[in-house]
Write a protein that binds this ligand. Structure first.
Ligand SMILES: Nc1ncnc2c1ncn2[C@@H]1O[C@H](COP(=O)(O)OP(=O)(O)OP(=O)(O)O)[C@@H](O)[C@H]1O
Length: 475
């Protein structure tokens, strides 16, 4: 326990860590915690599962305990599930403080979120899109006093992937004070280092793993070379093998599209495997429910798109299967990082077709490790090939007969093209209009009205009774 004390953390926090089984700091914690406590901006680039979350949660809680107010700290993160996970860590470690946190993510009730924000929580954990919507549409809260701005998975927040956060980040950065501590963390910071340095303005303390190898030693990284048409048969064979050989097992399968995710889930269920999916075309409540069922091991297989590739901490996951070879090495690093976390062992198996070999070469070059072939009895795979492919086709037909979002989207786009419109341009225009409309009408009107009403109601009930969080150090 002394090691944590040597970092400058208070006794109550050390005790809280102990209760959670955290007894010795990991290297990223060892280096970043003292720098953050000393008031420096910080960039931490450490491998997956190495405890980056606690590296920022611990010093923020300590500083909050010394001078508690809301809104003290804003954490931005790219996915909704990750926002909940980070808030949980704050809640667990900050329990003795009576910590009040607030989670602002898309897909959840905006009015309830507005009300939460107006109550000045100590910590706000948000995805950028929804928080920017609140900033644009409401004046019942402000971020003028925040002391800490944290970007978790910072490189993802800055890159222009399928979800582009940059516009929303601009909105958020325009309302947070220039005088603040900025903390940036990820397992893959290096590509976006220059942009990140402009956000962390004050010569940040930079900590990076010394090792050339960018994945953890405890991870056994394998590949299977397969023709595209045999991929699913390999997948079914692998799952069957894992199920036969282990009593206690848990697997994450990553695939490239929401539709594929849905079809693979249906197909594995036809084979009576306990599979469940997670992708961005599901309703948010369903996403949370499925993740909870997987975490509690009710379902042993989670089939997901890259929405689940970063940050999720599910210690029971022993195997990650890449149903498609990731197009970018950094996506590979995050996906396989869902196993072999916090010193545990894990296996990753990537299904590689002859067209993906250059992708594997790029991955190996980046991670400075050679993937090893996963030995499979091909004869066994060929035995189930026809049955698997027929089942997949049946699932595809079944899905096509439903109104699964992707099909609807494609049809909508086809119609637009026939009308001589550019679907992408139309989409952008529609989103802009919707945002503006929502900002003006709903935001200024409905949210504030409800918030004011609720506040009034509460004040009448309490009649002068003031509530205050009980934070150590507060008189
Ligand atoms: N000092 C520690 N000792 C033991 N376990 C720890 C320690 N610090 C954190 N952990 C645990 O390690 C696990 C992984 O931590 P965390 O989720 O913060 O990893 P990460 O570095 O953010 O990974 P990723 O890059 O995938 O987001 C968590 O379950 C966390 O509770």
């Amino acid at each position: 326990m002394e090691a944590f004390a040597a970092l400058g953390l208070s006794d109550w926090l050390i005790q809280q860590c102990k209760q959670m089984g955290i007894t010795r700091p990991t290297p990223v914690q060892q280096s970043c915690v003292p720098a953050i406590l000393a008031g420096r901006d910080c960039m931490g680039c450490a491998k997956t599962g190495s405890g980056k979350t606690a590296a920022f949660v611990l010093p923020v809680l300590q500083k909050l305990a010394e001078d508690p107010y809301g809104i003290f700290c804003l954490v931005l993160t790219p996915t909704r599930e990750l926002a909940y996970q980070i808030a949980e860590q704050f809640r667990a470690l900050g329990k003795p403080l009576g910590l009040r946190d607030c989670i602002i993510v898309g897909g959840m009730d905006m009015v309830a979120q507005g009300l939460e924000l107006s109550k000045k929580p100590h910590i706000v954990v948000a995805t950028p899109g929804r928080l920017a919507d609140h900033i644009r549409s409401s004046d019942t809260f402000n971020m003028k006093r925040i002391k800490f701005l944290i970007l978790d998975e910072a490189d993802r927040l800055l890159e222009q992937g399928c979800t582009d956060f940059t516009k929303d980040l601009e909105v958020i950065l325009s309302v947070v004070p220039a005088k603040r501590q900025t903390l940036l963390f990820s397992a893959t910071l290096t590509d976006t280092l220059q942009e990140l340095k402009t956000i962390a303005m004050n010569e940040p303390f930079f900590w990076e793993n010394k090792s050339e190898v960018r994945t953890v030693d405890e991870l056994d990284q394998r590949y299977i070379l397969t023709p595209e048409k045999v991929k699913d048969a390999y997948l079914v064979h692998l799952i069957q093998k894992i199920q036969d050989e282990h009593d206690d097992w848990s697997v994450m399968i990553f695939t490239n599209t929401c539709k594929n995710c849905q079809i693979l889930t249906m197909m594995l269920r036809e084979f009576k495997f306990p599979a469940i999916s997670l992708h961005s075309m599901m309703k948010q409540r369903q996403r949370f429910a499925n993740l909870a069922k997987f975490k509690s091991n009710v379902f042993k297989i989670l089939i997901a798109t890259d929405v689940a590739a970063r940050g999720l901490d599910i210690p029971t996951v022993q195997v990650v299967i890449n149903h498609n070879t990731p197009g970018l090495p950094k996506i590979y690093i995050h996906r396989v990082g869902r196993t072999a976390r916090a010193g545990r062992n894990g296996v990753s198996i990537t299904l590689v077709t002859q067209y993906d070999i250059h992708l594997v070469n790029a991955i190996e070059e980046q991670i400075q490790t050679k993937l090893k072939e996963y030995p499979v009895e091909e004869k066994e795979v060929l035995k189930i090939l026809t049955q698997v492919n027929v089942t997949r086709r049946q699932c595809e037909i079944k899905l096509e007969s439903t109104d699964f979002g992707e099909k609807k989207e494609i049809n909508k786009k086809k119609k637009m093209i026939l009308e001589g419109k550019d679907p992408d341009f139309e989409e952008k225009r529609k989103n802009e209009l919707a945002k503006r409309k929502k900002g003006k009408a709903e935001g200024k009107g409905r949210i504030q009205e409800i918030i004011h009403q609720k506040k009034k109601g509460k004040l009448v009930k309490k009649k002068g009774k003031k509530t205050k969080a009980t934070l150590p150090g507060q008189s």
